[in-house]
Write a protein of this length. Structure first.
Length: 226
């Protein structure tokens, strides 16, 4: 039996496919978070633990692709972008999955339930952060098309418009986070201090997820500029 080149199975005709699949898995982990927070608010910890496992599985699968890309991405690519830039993109994408996993662990390990007066705003914030990740994925899904046209023409204009929307979405998460922090500050004296500390930590991590998604877009913008 003839041996099969592992690069063919991993990359097929393009080295970009696995990078896009990696971002898809990272976003998949993030998109479970709204349901996780809803389950936590309802104190449905069985469902919440199941959702945490889903996030962990997506993060693990993303990690596997990340390692494969690092090992097998050809060193001689006839592409308009350096190999190091593509590897850097994967590293940034990976932070989205890692942060989603960290958020899920924090919620489950502490049986975290935000104060009732914050829950509606929290869900809006979580959904906004996850939407930012989804927008970053949409942009990355255009990377193969960008390469085909040599990072020029209408495709670049279209992706730049997507990245502009991504920036607006991330700024919205900043505003939502600021509003939630202000509400939490007013409630601090009524809550256990340790809980308050972890509420702030959760808000910080969710904001980070949105920031990391925007950074994925920033790296794509840099690729298009080269």
């Amino acid at each position: 039996m003839a041996s099969r080149n592992p690069l063919v199975g991993l990359f097929g005709r393009s080295p970009i496919g696995p990078i896009q699949e990696h971002m898809q898995l990272a976003d998949q982990a993030a998109q479970v978070l709204p349901a996780l927070f809803q389950a936590a608010a309802a104190e449905d910890w069985e469902t919440a633990r199941t959702l945490r496992r889903e996030i962990g599985e997506a993060e693990k699968a993303a990690d596997k692709i990340k390692r494969s890309v690092r090992r097998h991405l050809p060193k001689s690519l006839f592409l308009p972008v350096p190999r190091s830039d593509l590897l850097g993109l994967v590293s940034i994408q990976d932070k989205v999955a890692d942060t989603a996993k960290d958020i899920a662990a924090l919620v489950i390990d502490r049986n975290m339930i935000f104060p009732e007066s914050m829950r509606e705003g929290m869900l809006e914030f979580v959904e906004a952060c996850c939407a930012t990740s989804g927008q970053a994925l949409s942009a990355i899904q255009e990377l193969d098309e960008l390469l085909e046209v040599g990072f020029s023409g209408r495709e670049v204009t279209r992706v730049e418009a997507m990245l502009k929307v991504l920036g607006k979405m991330e700024r919205r998460t900043d505003k939502l986070a600021a509003s939630l922090r202000a509400k939490l500050f007013k409630l601090e004296s009524e809550l256990p201090p340790v809980d308050v500390m972890f509420y702030y930590r959760t808000l910080f991590l969710l904001g980070n997820l949105a920031n990391e998604a925007e950074t994925v877009g920033d790296r794509l913008q840099i690729l298009m500029a080269k």
